[in-house]
Design a protein around this ligand. Sequence first.
Ligand code: AP5
Length: 222
Amino acid sequence: SDSEALKVMISGAPASGKGTQCELIVCKYGLVHISTGDLLRAEVAAGTEIGNKAKEFMNAGHLVPDEIVTAMVAARLSCKDVKQKGWLLDGYPRSSAQAESLEKMQIRPDVYIILDVPDEILIDRCVGRRLDPVTGKIYHQNFFPPETEEIKARLVTRPDDTEEKVISRLNIYKKNAEAVSSSYSSITNKIDGSRPKEEVFKDVESLLSQLQQDKVKIVKAG
Ligand code: AP5
């Protein structure tokens, strides 16, 4: 590609911190954040046809059928801002069929980040997660409590964040992880996501800044 804009994929188990790192990445690099989980939750909240189809699967902690998710991602990736600013794909691809769909569309990232977090930490992170429906910001009742009482009063939990459903989501993730990541083995960067979020972000930052410098050089040279 002749563009300097970064193309980043971030993956990892449920509650490994993808959304949290994406907030920080968007803030520093201005990439367009495309989270299939967020897009689907917005469709559910708006009561659209896609949302009504996706709802049962999501609430049960299962994957939504590939066709639905792939059409949604393809539509978002084709928007003009994505070409200009670069993209940050979060939660997609999640199956080998989804990875193949991206190959067919000739969509490849510059880097594939895996946030590596042990299972026993994931359950606590999920069960304690709280979301601000106004700002979209991600909190945790113990690790990242809200800044004010006003925010605290409006926080919501996700219906798929019970211990039982987290275990189901984790099993599905493990079943698919290798098939998906094998498509990107040459550009994979595994980062220890069990540390505090600022430390995790330091690693993400040095990776992306290096990549950005390399891309600028290639574009100028070409
Ligand atoms: P999605 O929303 O993608 O859920 P997920 O992959 O399970 O990931 P999470 O959003 O749970 O976690 P996260 O890694 O973003 O962690 P976060 O930063 O919030 O998908 C939801 C559902 O949609 C799926 O189950 C499926 O049904 C459907 N779906 C989505 N994509 C699909 C696809 N491609 N195909 C089919 N179906 C699809 O952090 C979690 C908590 O931990 C927070 O409370 C946070 O504050 C805290 N935390 C974060 N980082 C740290 C840290 N370093 N230290 C301590 N606490 C931390």
